[in-house]
Design a protein. Structure first.
Lengths: 310, 439
């Protein structure tokens, strides 16, 4: 007598159970995500909606808002002050991001290449990043003062004169702010890029060395392409942070001399709190936010492309 | 993982969440006794001793009352204080400078309470004098009380530096002409000193210089128009593009060309300008009657003088009657807040404030001469100002039109970003924008 073979059926896996009960799993996911969504909605969504509503209003910051439609945006189109502030923000954002990326990449390359004292440099080069931005602003504003500042003292000692009024000169003031932003931001970018560089397999460099590639060729042909996604992310983040960098500009120059360092966040502050024009300030903020959103999408797209294989 | 374990985890999670919520709610609940009352009063750091004195007097009168003093910075007073005083958690007494943007925004939104009873009780109409009393009212109703008065646009000079440079200070405190000023500065530079230290980035010191020049240079009718044309319902008769205004800006530009100011002054804060003077780098600094109380530990002898106007007309000390207090409508202790204001207006507190912190009395019933603690230099300034004093243009206009705007515009002018004519046009444009929004 033969029996039909007993088919041993494995217990249903979680994946199979999910496929057969999709509704319950979606609800669970939603339930678990709901606290985060609620927090995002309350602390992110509501303020953004309120900002947009304010941008469509005339408001002094107290009392009722008066709806004025797109008047603030129409006025912005013809407001040379706001356009100049936007240009300065873009200059600050790009200048800082590119400068930080170059400096941080070079520093990371030196440390990952095993320069003597690299363990100390990992700490020293990161120190400016942990200093409070307001303290950094005050320190450097005093340091670049003519005659009494340390920068001019050093320049005077090497025969380059000690009375350069860097922050009083509209042609150099923004440059000083960019330089300080780079000084403060390079450390963080350095650590991130260093981490990415140290992830590159040693065998790749060994193979390149066997093929006759020197250190510089290896850096440009292997290291840089492989850390490109991280570099793109750093460029994107640093440009966004610098674009929005109110503290340094305000702490060092309060937007001056005149409006030579009045970047978009400073213009927003002046419009809102000095002039009591919250509607205009909100409109400027919305425009700046849209620009940064666009930059973010482009940066994300560029960074999501895979790195070229060596 | 079995079912009972899941249930236990769920129960633990809910219990933890409930405990956390209870703790948060408990933390938010006030634990103050129902018999204690707190009165929150804003104060400037420099005047803290005087405010503390007034607070103690009020606390003695009301056992159980605790007066909490909150210091605010100059920048907060002229910007974000609007939102603080309009909030549901506003202090009971706030600093509301009558020439700063917050005052105008708070008044338009009806966020301050009228103080007719305080003025009547403390007899402020008479004790302030007609001109000052009028300047503190909004449509004829008082919403402010002063805590001090100030004379600014007074230049302090280092007597040692002057002697070393061979510069003779004017006996009547008045530099007779701009040529005299340039000659003084040239001699000081030869002796290794900078000229006039000004905080170009302070946000108000360049505006001070404009005030002194306008008072000295503008025809009387034009100056009066500049002081009043911004008010709702008033029509402008003299534009800011006219020479009545631009001549004063041109004078600052001329001083800059002749090297009256130290290098980099446009980017210097008020503290940096003061440091240049106290360290002996600059031989002069712009200031006011409070300066002697701030630099009392200086080792060098100093005195004071006044700058010349554009056509060598004399400038005079400018009066600032805008250090004022108000009570927000959101105050939970309006009665006590009014008592605090009355206490601060008393002769006792005014005399204490003048002697302790160097501020001039806000009321005429306390004479500066009766406060020896002010020192001979301040007494001298007050004596001079009792005969010749000017109204500051930036002390009268709203900040967005006056001090905050013209100070930045003067920075642009002195750093070469705009010409005198363009600065006049910008001021006129700002005025027209203000009028279009405010009537």
């Amino acid at each position: 007598m033969t029996h039909a073979p007993i088919e041993l059926v494995a217990p249903q896996s979680a994946a199979i159970r999910r496929r057969t009960h999709p509704g319950r799993d979606s609800r669970s996911v939603l339930l678990l995500l709901s606290p985060a969504i609620a927090i995002l909605g309350i602390f992110f969504g509501v303020p953004i909606i309120d900002l947009v509503v304010t941008s469509l209003s005339s408001w002094s910051g107290v009392g009722d808002r008066t709806f004025v439609g797109a008047t603030n945006y129409v006025n912005l189109l013809g407001d040379s002050t706001a356009w100049s502030a936007l240009t300065r923000s873009v200059t600050l954002g790009l200048g800082t991001a590119i400068g930080i990326s170059i400096i941080a990449t070079l520093l990371a390359a030196l440390v990952s290449g095993g320069i003597a004292g690299s363990n100390i440099y990992r700490i020293v080069w990161f120190l400016p990043a942990i200093a409070p931005p307001s303290a950094v602003a005050v320190f450097w504003a005093l340091s670049v003062q003519p005659k009494s500042g340390v920068v001019n003292a050093v320049l005077g000692a090497v025969g380059l004169g000690d009375d350069h009024a860097w922050l009083a000169d509209p042609s150099t003031a923004l440059g000083v702010v960019i330089a300080v932003a780079m000084w403060q931001g390079a450390g963080f970018a350095f650590l991130i890029i260093l981490g990415a560089m140290e992830e590159v397999p040693v065998s790749t460099y060994e193979a390149a060395a066997i093929d006759g590639a020197g250190p510089i060729r290896q850096f440009f042909s292997i290291t840089l392409p492989l850390v490109r996604p991280v570099l793109a992310m750093i460029l994107l983040l640093e440009s966004i942070w610098a674009f929005n960098g109110f503290t340094l500009a305000w702490g060092m120059t309060q937007g001056g001399p005149g409006d030579a360092t009045t970047i978009l966040p400073v213009q927003v502050y002046k419009d809102a709190f000095q002039s009591g024009n919250f509607g205009t300030a909100a409109a400027i903020s919305v425009v700046g936010g849209v620009i940064l959103l666009a930059v973010g999408f482009v940066g994300h797209w560029l960074g999501s492309r895979t790195a070229v294989d060596a | 993982m079995n079912h009972s374990s899941l249930t236990r985890r769920r129960i633990l999670f809910i219990a933890a969440l409930a405990s956390a919520a209870t703790l948060v709610l408990a933390g938010c609940t006030s634990s103050k006794s129902t018999t204690d009352t707190n009165l929150t009063v804003q104060a400037q750091a420099a005047q803290l001793p005087a405010f503390q004195y007034a607070a103690k007097l009020l606390e003695k009168k009301h056992p159980g009352l605790k007066v909490k003093l909150q210091t605010v910075t100059e920048q907060q007073e002229t910007t974000t204080n609007t939102q603080i005083l309009a909030s549901s958690n506003a202090p009971d007494v706030g600093i509301v400078k009558n020439n700063a943007q917050p005052y105008f925004d708070l008044m338009k939104a009806k966020k301050l309470i009228p103080l007719n009873d305080v003025w009547k009780s403390a007899n402020l109409e008479s004790r302030y004098g007609n001109t000052v009393a009028t300047s503190l009212k909004w449509n004829g109703t008082p919403y402010l009380t002063m805590f001090d008065t100030t004379y600014y646009n007074v230049v302090f000079y280092n007597k040692t530096a002057f002697a070393k440079a061979g510069v003779t200070a004017p006996a009547d405190h008045q530099i007779a002409s701009n040529d005299d000023l340039y000659s003084m500065v040239a001699k000081l530079k030869t002796a290794g000193y900078d000229g006039l230290a000004v905080g170009g980035n302070a946000g108000y010191q360049l505006g001070w210089l404009v005030d002194a020049q306008l008072q000295a240079n503008a025809p009387k009718a034009a100056f009066q128009d500049f002081l009043t044309s911004w008010q709702a319902g008033n029509r402008q008769k003299v534009k800011y593009t006219s020479s009545a205004f631009t001549d004063s800006l041109a004078q600052l530009s001329d001083w800059n060309k002749h090297g009256v100011f130290p290098a980099g002054f446009v980017a210097a804060s008020g503290d940096q300008a003061q440091a240049q003077f106290t360290s002996g780098t600059a031989a002069m600094m712009i200031g006011g009657n409070w300066i002697p109380s701030v630099i009392k530990t200086q080792k060098f002898d100093y005195d004071w003088l006044l700058l010349p106007g554009a056509k060598d007309t004399p400038t005079v000390p400018s009066l600032y009657a805008g250090d004022t207090l108000a009570i927000p409508t959101a105050s939970k202790n309006q009665g006590l807040a009014k008592e605090f204001l009355e206490t601060y207006q008393s002769d006792d507190v005014q005399k204490y404030a003048a002697g302790k912190v160097g501020s001039l009395p806000a009321v005429s019933t306390v004479k500066a001469a009766d406060v020896p603690g002010l020192g001979p230099i301040v007494q001298d300034i007050v004596g001079y100002a009792s005969k010749k004093v000017g109204i500051g243009w930036t002390s009268t206009l709203p900040g967005s039109l006056g001090q905050a705007f013209v100070d930045a515009e003067a920075q642009k002018l002195l750093s070469g970003q705009v010409t005198v004519e363009q600065a006049g046009k910008d001021q006129q444009q700002q005025f027209e924008t203000y009028k279009s929004q405010n009537g």
